[in-house]
Design a protein around this ligand. Sequence first.
Ligand code: SME
Length: 150
Amino acid sequence: MSDYQELAARIRALSAGETDEVALMATMACELHHSDERFDWTGFYRVVAPDLLKIGPYQGGHGCLVIPFARGVCGAAARTRQVQIVADVEDFPGHIACSSSTRSEIVLPVVGRDDRLIGVLDIDSDRPGAFDQNDADALSAMLTEVFGQL
Ligand code: SME
């Protein structure tokens, strides 16, 4: 289980002064992924066109390259700008399975300055019900700190 305070401090130190979105995504995906045994896929999807996400930096097996806002858990997070906590991916209509071993998922919107949607952070787990509101709150705070002023 992540010590989110320690993790946030490490990411804060590693990303200090950096404003490049891809560099920040790569750093955050790496630190998040290796911090918690629940996280089996950790990565970002970037808004590359209206209503279209494209894969960004990630850790874990291959991820699908392109996701329209109309599809999947990532599309739902981008469309609604609400955190999606999915206890069982089989119960999510239109879930996109990049790995057959994924059982639960959390996807959070990544929002920059002036409410600009930069993309989403997607974390998959092979464990059912791996994520809760504590994860959503801590991850959202980290995303705001790292990306909120870009
Ligand atoms: N499960 C996601 C797709 C991304 S792969 O899991 C990395 C979705 O349903 O949007």
